[in-house]
Design a protein around this ligand. Structure first.
Ligand code: AMP
Length: 118
């Protein structure tokens, strides 16, 4: 069972933003932006590569609702999913990072590696 499934079951608490039967949104414990929300399907999928594409329809609608609730639909936001080892995924339960509340910079590569791609 992943740590996020423990959050879904209530075994571990979270700072909840929105929930329905299939999805849950809660604040990231280590925020990388003024607003940093994690959006997950309650059912465990390892990551984006493993998810049933049909789930993405509901997840998209739910993400729109979360963004609207926080006013990010107007100010803008970034939506990220880290997939696997090179993607930097730490929790093996599909989740999307919804980031906003400030003008975000774009530094997705580590400093040591970035020169190779410039
Ligand atoms: P990732 O590196 O994409 O797998 O992201 C995992 C994210 O989960 C990180 O941003 C962590 O800060 C976050 N996280 C881990 N445990 C918790 C928790 N108990 N409550 C909220 N966020 C968490």
């Amino acid at each position: 069972m992943t740590i996020f499934s423990k959050i879904v079951s209530g075994e571990i608490p979270c700072n909840k933003v929105l929930e329905n039967e299939e999805f849950l949104a809660f604040h990231d414990i280590n925020p990388k932006a003024p607003i940093h929300i994690l959006i997950i399907p309650k059912k465990e999928y390892k990551n984006f590569q493993e998810v049933d594409p049909k789930v993405m329809v509901g997840l998209t609608k739910f993400t729109h609702q979360v963004a609207k609730l926080l006013g990010l639909d107007v100010s803008g936001y970034r939506l990220i999913t880290n997939n696997g080892s090179d993607g930097g995924q730490e929790v093996m339960h599909l989740h999307f990072h919804l980031l906003g509340g400030a003008k975000l910079t774009w530094s997705h590569l580590s400093d040591s590696d970035s020169h190779k791609f410039l």
